[in-house]
Design a protein around this ligand. Sequence first.
Ligand SMILES: [Zn+2]
Length: 286
Amino acid sequence: MEASLTTVLAVVAVWGALWGSFLNVVVYRLPRGRSVVRPGSACPSCAKPIAPWHNVPVLGFLWLRGRCAHCRQPISWRYPAVEALFALLCVGLALPYVQAVLIDGAAWRPALTAALGEQGFAFALMALALIDAETFQIPDALSLPLPLLGLAIAVGVGDLRGVSWASSASGALVGAGGLFALQWGYAAATGREGLGTGDVKLLAGIGAFVGLTALPLVLLAGALQGLAFGLAYAFATRGRAVSQRGLASLRYLALPFGPFLALAALQWLLLHRSIEPVVVRWLSGS
Ligand SMILES: [Zn+2]
């Protein structure tokens, strides 16, 4: 059993690295309005096409020692990092389902559906987080399909994932409605727009995947991590302004919220099986 578990997870890692390679293409091309399918990958410096054997995730980068085969310009370390990270993410998301099938003898079809659904969700989250961090925009092509995908997964394999279709549908509605109200209140109170409509669509998608009961926890975790990062970033980059003019100088610091929401949703997907019992015990006060 041990050997087959390792083999399956190795296959999942390769599968994840290949999709991680496509994720790089999406993150680079989607905000520039270019097709993610054609043409094939090319060097951003000299525009020469990249040979398939140099385009192997992570290994191609190592083989070329981080430089283009034609013009020798450095290739960003972000490409292999995204590939490796998405491979790890796919393994982490698949692990409980692979264990359920191999060790507990669960049916493989619903387990595969649930694992693929969560990996698709993670793909969209990671792509939109990287795009939002760079451009302060969340493309509709990534955020709009998420509520439908989440609901479809809940209808299909809801009992396996522990998120029923009712929890998924209400999570999507409350996610969109709650953030829309927050956005409206923030704009009314400050006269500025703090949250984008992209965040509203994203939270609807997250609600559909994690379900209604987990949604407040994910929102809170995203907000706290965004706040912690924002403060650390502000003190690192504007330390002098803060010491001279106080915390008021942080008021106009602009940070996208999307990456932190996406991060919190991914953390929940990976960790909820260990977090949920703790929260339930804490809420019941014992
Ligand atoms: Zn080149």
